[in-house]
Design a protein around this ligand. Sequence first.
Ligand SMILES: [Zn+2]
Ligand SMILES: [Zn+2]
Length: 571
Amino acid sequence: MKNRQVAKILYEVADLLELQGVQFKPRAYRRAAQAVESCPTPVEELAREGRLSELPGVGKSIAEKIEEIVATGQLKYHQELKKALPIDLHALTQVEGVGPKTAKLLYEELGVRTLADLEEAARQGKIREIKGLGPKVEEKILRGLEEARRAQRRELLGYALPLARDLCRKLLGSGTVKRVEPAGSLRRGKETVGDLDLLAVSDRPEQAAQAFTSLPGVEEVLAQGPKKSSVRLSGGFQVDLRIVPPESFGAALQYFTGSKAHNIRLRERAVARGWKLNEYGLFDEAGNRLAGEKEEDIYRALDLQFIPPELREDQGEIQVAERGQLPRLVTAEEIRGDLHVHTNWSDGRGDVGELAEAARARGLTYIAVTDHYKFSQAIRGVTADDLLRQLDEIARLNEELKGFRVLSGVEANIQRDGSLDVPAELLRRVEVVIAAVHSHFRLSKRQMTERLVRAVEHELVDILGHPTGRLIGERPPYEADWQEVLHRAAKSGTALEVNANPQRLDLAAPMIREALEVGVRLAIGTDAHAPEHLDFLELGVLTCRRGWAESGQVLNCLSWEEFLAARKRGA
Ligand SMILES: [Zn+2]
Ligand SMILES: [Zn+2]
């Protein structure tokens, strides 16, 4: 059973409990679901090895429930909760504008159980009739339906990227291809990926196709041929392999990387010159190949700067490239530290030293340890006393570590009114203060805006953590006046986080671009709850790149000394 299917049941339990007005438990289930969903290892394997409780947020009771799901494909507890509300709550709440409460209301008023029911009700204009919903909500639901349908068939980038790399490595290892690279939305760093597209060069295409369709994990071969093969992996993910001649590799890479909208613009540019651009190359009127082997040559021949894949969304990149003014996007090599890490002082796995070692092994020179401040039974956080003892531990560790620095910090909770739950004298003692919303997600737009503004204007807050609270395919951003929040953050010098957890990627790319336009600085944080989560850093970098960010706008590109000096309270 797929992690995603297990997570789906846990999410639904959370929503059902929340509808019953149960406190704390929904949050615990949601955290466990997130951990399961973003875990690169199949939960079946963890269950078999008795390692489920290694997942952040998974205690004994939830571990047992996961074991039951893995063993039987379902959960009795879930089935019982569902009796009171027999609807596909998970699918319905993926639609923007439909929270658990709305889903319940729609079931009670209109008998909506599935996405199909929801669509029918919306199309027939029945939703606008319901008291408390109205035409605006109906419109939003119609738009959200399309997006939710698309998202259902997609995988998180954080899952697809390591998978793609693994497939490429194995294919190269088979000795049947000379070169193989992923294209498609994965190459553009998009937060979710539909099918996986691989492009290869081979002088033995038949054998390459054979090697591809016999890769471990292939469940079904949909097509096999010297030009194109398709398989479905055991997780349901479809992977296509195209074998192209070397002189067309660049053109094919360009073509299959997309986006469609970007390619249309590029093709128009070729056509305006009387040329032809397709997956085989760029050709002049007489059919001579002008470019094709290398992607760069295609852009150059069309009088454009090379446009990095992350920018190819038809968001003005072609006009900017024409003027030679593309940003010099931040790169993974420029990142020197991770600004959001949890340890076993709170709900993470691994102690401060282990996290530091893991970061050092990945070429970083510092981390900020920002454990949760205790605020509920559902989450293990640090007390004031713990935090002081942790400061001592960090100071001791920093004496031992050569060429590496652990910054002290805390992830404070932004309370309903925008105040922080950590006393100011403690905030002053630590070096990095992240403030983040972990409760009361559904306030009015005005209340949420005021709450976030109060937090970013707090003199001791360095970073607003996972600012919009969205969970990809799970929870939309909070309702807030984001322009207002961005402006106030820029003005007060508070950085906004680009949380690199695969399910968050929050801020998302479009808002990063808006933030940069008003002068907000970015702080990438993996929000690691285990040493291996430091690998998420590249997802944060990709997201920043999609948001047009340069290294000077990303605090992680500073040394730790420079970072401390750049905080709003200074060194
Ligand atoms: Zn958090
Ligand atoms: Zn965190």
